[in-house]
Every structure is written in C-alpha cells, then in structure tokens.
Design a protein around this ligand. Structure first.
Ligand SMILES: C[S@@+](CC[C@H](N)C(=O)[O-])C[C@H]1O[C@@H](n2cnc3c(N)ncnc32)[C@H](O)[C@@H]1O
Length: 209
C-alpha cells in the first residue's frame, strides 16, 4: 500500500465521514441496533457514539487498519462495549446465527464483492435478526444515473473502491433479504453521491427455515 492508501485516503475518508450532514442519519439509524451488533465497515468509528443501551456489544469490522486505529479512539469513549476487528465482510470471522442486528452505513458501495458479503451477513444473522442500512447509490434520475455509471470507474480508485452506481436495495433482495422498511432522500453535497437509501431488512425465510 502506498502513501495514498496508507495515510491520505484514510484521512480523507474520515474527513468525509465526519461531515455534519451525515449526523442526522447516524442519529436516526444506529440506536435501532439491539443485542449483539455487527457493524460492517466500521471505518473510523463515526457511528460508535450513537449506539444506545439497546445494544449490548458491538463488533466493528473493517479491512482498513489505519481507519480501525482512528475507530479505537471512538470505541474508548463509546457507551456500549465495542470490539474492532480487521477483516472483510466477504468472510466474516463470526459463527453462524450469532448476531442480533447489523448496521451498515455508506459501506456497501465500497465492498468489492457485495453479494458475497450480504450472503455472508445472512449466515451470521440470527433468523429474526435485522440489518439497518443507510447507503448512497444510483439515482432514479436517468441523466444523473448515466453520469454515475460513466464516472464510477474513475472515482473508485480515488475513493477506496466506492462505486457511484450501486443499487443497495436490489443487491439486498438478490442476496436473499426481505426489505421491511425503505426510504429515499437526498442530502446536501455533490449530486453523484447524495441519493440515499435507508431502511431495515431481514433474511428471507426459506422453506427450510
Ligand atoms: C465511506 S466508508 C464508511 C465508513 C463507516 N461505515 C461510516 O459510516 O463512517 C466505507 C468503509 O467500507 C469499508 N470497506 C471496504 N471494503 C470492505 C469490505 N470488504 N468489508 C468491510 N468493509 C469494507 C472501508 O474500509 C471503509 O471503512
């Protein structure tokens, strides 16, 4: 990993993720997580202050060591015990059916194998467990979507693998999640990145469950 990946990108990501315009979403979503919580792509730990008493413990997973170093500071000050683990959502270091709730904020865009990661997530979620998500993605405006598709390959290497043109709810459904709540909104900022999907999903019950 060069200087960009080891120092500059983590600092830029942390700067982007501590923007005030993201706070409302964090405040709304994160306290909904209950019991044993898995946060996928914990990054620099900007959700950690928002876990409430409903969560008994949080495991925060991320492949980036520099970001996890920053998250450690947030974990030390958090009200809920948080354990930070280096790893990828594509191969979760957790037993099957061991998690009550998962949190994922602005992360699905950056996972290289999103379907594999979501199938892995299904494995570790208990049958009634829920995923609370807040992600940016592909705009319903065709002109904007065209630019998101055009620019995504240029943006990805600069932004830690972030895709501008993913559809979070389509990926969730394809991976076998049922979406229980879904809302869309836009926030202030560059339009390529500001169309949001926020919601709650759970593993679809198969006939064998
Ligand atoms: C834009 S940041 C968001 C960080 C954090 N979720 C937040 O809300 O501040 C995207 C995060 O996804 C993480 N990420 C990328 N690939 C991943 C993977 N395969 N598994 C888990 N996290 C991943 C990155 O390291 C980064 O921390």
């Amino acid at each position: 990993m060069g200087l960009y990946g080891s120092r500059i990108l983590p600092a830029l990501l942390d700067w982007a993720m501590r923007q005030e315009r993201l706070l409302d979403g964090r405040r709304r979503l994160v306290p909904k997580a209950h019991g044993r919580v898995l946060e996928i792509g914990v990054g620099s730990g900007r959700n950690l202050p928002f876990y409430a008493g409903e969560a008994s413990v949080v495991v925060g997973l991320d492949p980036s060591e520099p970001l996890l170093r920053m998250a450690r500071r947030q974990a030390a000050a958090a009200a809920v015990p948080a354990f930070l683990v280096e790893g990828s959502a594509s191969a979760l270091p957790l037993p099957a059916a061991s998690v009550d709730a998962a949190i994922m904020t602005w992360t699905l865009c950056s996972i290289a194998e999103p379907l594999q990661a979501l199938v892995e997530l299904r494995r570790v979620l208990k049958p009634a467990a829920e995923l609370f998500f807040l992600e940016h993605g592909l705009s319903p405006d065709p002109r904007l979507a065209l630019w998101q598709r055009r620019l995504s390959p240029w943006w990805r290497p600069l932004a830690g693998g972030c895709h501008l043109d993913r559809n979070p709810e389509a990926l969730l459904r394809e991976a076998g999640f049922e979406i229980l709540e879904l809302g869309h909104f836009t926030i202030r900022g560059p339009r390529l990145l500001t169309y949001m999907s926020e919601g709650r999903a759970r593993p679809t019950l198969s006939v064998n469950d």
